[in-house]
Design a protein around this ligand. Structure first.
Ligand code: NAI
Length: 398
């Protein structure tokens, strides 16, 4: 079969294995050819390792100079009669091939990170491959649902405002159309559920499990990713349900920091830049901001993607002699996004952006290209007429 991109709404329904291989290789090449870090972690557990920030963190830790071995947990689907499988499935495979070729250990656990089975598998893998300890735990899950630990149903996140409704535009990648959207205020129950899914509770429970099984090494650290953004986006993000969940995550980082300080380690909520990922395209009324931001940051030469952010995290921040944090003890990687000059230009663009001109005044081409790239499409270097035999693909295992 020949694999074409299929997009429904803002979800990719196909992925291109060779394109995913190329995307992983591009990230590896980037970290290898940039400032290397030797002080980084040697044994890393990444929860949410197959795409976005988690995959880039894995690549930066393995190939960026500290030569880490990794255990990656992700929730991905392989090829079957139903389809070709997800990009994250192939990212796991090609990352592992490259890591092993350089003598690194790269273990993949594909399953639900909220389940007890996956926790047990992770602890067993740490025992087997890492002599019982990890130096760093990267918590990078992005999901809309979390099973209740009681086994009694699911919490579902609701990406909504709090208090007032907000009207904005959502851009539907399937047909490149601009749709006016009104985001309604969440109910108390929706706010609570979003905090359960995207807040700090599960991160804390993972770290507690690992502390209790003595699986965190002396000096061990943990990070989880957050977003704050400029005031312009506060109504939909920072002051909405997602923002509440992130504040909960920030508070969790302080609680975990106290626990890990006992073994000379630390916990940091790491505030990243707005980027196109499988998860972020779901945020309603947010895309016009990203289009304007990409336009400005690319023009200014300060645009970064996940791999640039993660490489900077490892080479300049997390393993510096003193971890640089702000007044709220947050580790910031969003300095270039929040630069006053950048934000003034973004605001100017957004004030003129509409359904007719968003492809010209914003960087829609860059946005769409990055989305396609996430799924292995849109690379000039890849031959998209390549024929795939699904039975052969099934033999590849992460
Ligand atoms: P992503 O969708 O690219 O990656 C999510 C990862 O979580 C994937 O590896 C996926 O397989 C895994 N996953 C999801 N549910 C799982 C489950 N039940 N069990 C095991 N694995 C599971 O997402 P992205 O954007 O990299 O998000 C990661 C974190 O970064 C999130 O906390 C997000 O809020 C944060 N962040 C994202 C920003 C953005 O602009 N994309 C900006 C700042 C923070």
């Amino acid at each position: 079969m020949i694999i074409e991109p299929i997009i429904k709404g803002v979800v990719a329904k196909s992925s291109h294995p060779t394109g995913c291989q190329h995307a992983v290789q591009q990230q590896i090449d980037y970290v290898k050819s940039n400032k290397s870090t030797t002080k980084g972690p040697k044994r890393v557990l990444i929860l949410g390792a197959s795409s976005g920030f988690g995959l880039s963190a894995r690549i930066a830790a393995t190939f960026g100079g500290s030569n880490a071995d990794t255990i990656g947990v992700s929730f991905e689907r392989g090829p079957s009669e139903k389809g070709i499988g997800t990009a994250g499935w192939y990212n796991n495979i090609y990352f592992t091939q490259q890591a092993e070729a350089e003598g690194r250990i790269a273990i993949n656990i594909v399953g639900d990170a909220f389940s007890k089975e996956v926790r047990d598998q992770v602890i067993e893998a740490i025992e087997t491959y890492f002599e019982g300890e990890v130096d760093l735990v990267v918590y990078s899950l992005a999901t809309g649902v979390r099973p209740k630990p009681s086994g009694d149903g699911m919490w579902r996140s609701a990406i909504k405002t709090i208090g007032e409704s907000v009207t904005g535009a959502t851009i539907v990648l399937e047909n490149d159309s601009w749709q006016e959207t009104t985001v309604e205020p969440a109910t108390e129950e929706e706010i609570d559920s979003t905090i359960k899914v995207m807040g700090g509770e599960d991160w804390e429970s993972w770290i507690d499990t690992l502390i209790n099984s003595d699986s965190i090494a002396q000096g061990g650290k943990t990070i989880a990713f957050s977003y704050i953004g400029p005031e312009l986006t506060y109504p939909i993000y920072h002051e909405g349900t997602l923002g509440r969940a992130k504040v909960d995550l920030h508070q969790t980082s302080h609680a975990l920091n106290l626990k890990l300080a006992k073994i000379g380690g630390g916990a940091y909520a790491t505030v990243c830049k707005a980027l196109v990922t499988k998860a972020s395209v779901f945020i309603p009324a947010f895309t016009p901001y990203i289009l304007a931001l990409y336009k400005v940051m690319k023009l200014n030469g300060t645009h970064e993607s996940c791999i640039h952010q993660m490489h900077r995290l490892f080479s300049e921040k997390l393993y510096a002699d003193t971890v640089p944090v702000d007044g709220q003890r947050l580790l910031r990687l969003d300095e270039f996004e929040l630069d006053t000059n950048v934000q003034n230009q973004v605001e100017a663009i957004m004030s003129t952006m509409n359904s007719q001109n968003f492809k010209q005044v914003g960087d829609y081409q860059g946005y769409k290209e990055e989305f396609l790239n996430l799924n292995g499409f849109g690379f000039n270097e890849v031959d998209y007429s390549e024929f795939f035999d699904i039975e052969q693909l099934k033999k590849l295992k992460p």
